[in-house]
Design a protein around this ligand. Sequence first.
Ligand code: KG4
Ligand code: ZN
Length: 358
Amino acid sequence: MDCVILTDRGKLILNRMSERKGIILGIESSCDDTSAAIIKDGRILSNLIARQPIHEQYGGVVPELASRAHQQNIIPVVEAALKEAGVTKEELTGIAFTAGPGLMGALLVGVSFAKSLALSLGIPLIQVNHMQGHILAHFIQKPGEDKPMPQFPFICLTVSGGHTQLVKVTDYFQMEVLGETLDDAAGEAFDKIAKVLHFPYPGGPLIDKYAKEGDATRFHFTHPRTTKYNYSFSGLKTQFLHFIRNCERDDSDFVEKNKADICASIQDTIIKTLFSKLKKLAEDEGINQIAIAGGVSANSHLRSELQKLGKKKKWETFVPEFQYCTDNAGMIAIAGYYHFLNKDFVGQEVKANPRMKI
Ligand code: KG4
Ligand code: ZN
């Protein structure tokens, strides 16, 4: 819904919008990272993240603890992002926040903060879909940078802790989910497998680290089979659990002795599974612009294999910078900037939507 801007400041913002000028504060609080970022005229000036190590001891994100930590972190993180960008809050022309999907209590902190700040400054409020944010992270540029960006239409494989999606992107906000996981997300599979190996949460980055020294052909796992462009990872997780239990029955030190090969083998299985559907979709749609996004796109094997596959298939591939793979407010601020250019604002009645769809 368009909000009504009556103040002089509002009129000034409208004028600047037509020149594609605007300073957007992005706020991300959908899971366990509290983040704030500033985008000025489409260029990123700061992107700060307050992590929440408290969840490590519980082996996963505890929603109630995440909300409390967001409450503590949000003001200092926003202040630090403004300071690093050299921007005052009075100079902001819009506030973008993650409306969903995510944990209700965590989202509420960001939504309430964004609403209050936008109201007190008299500037537009912009809601952002977190999954669209992950994809639009490909359009983040530093001042003066001129990096290659995906051309529309492109396909994005979005792989995070909560989602695994194959998305056809025809414009900034014209996105269609053509395939997705029917059960666990790829990041969830990494984390659950890591838990079986007794790694702390989140285990995905540790599997990546140990796999670097390992032989991916040493252990064999069945590739999950699913219809069309969909995925399924829950069977693979169960297969892995039984495999480890059986091996540990014969040798209690099995994991410790074979850690690198186990990690490399299971990681390779997950990545080959992800690519099998990506290849099929790209072929069926006749699209050669291929991007990856989300926390799992930080995985070094996924990144290098995508580049190899891209060369073979003559795709142009796009891999996000590390800091824009996992949850961050830079991606919310850039999505907010494009909404801002479209004058796509929301009113104070906006609500967090934990199950928001693309
Ligand atoms: O996008 P994200 O930060 O949060 C969600 O929106 O879910 O993704 C977090 C997920 C976690 O499951 C984490 O284990 C996984 O991304 N992840 C990785 C790597 N870095 C983060 N998985 C595999 N290899 C990595 N290097
Ligand atoms: Zn995410």
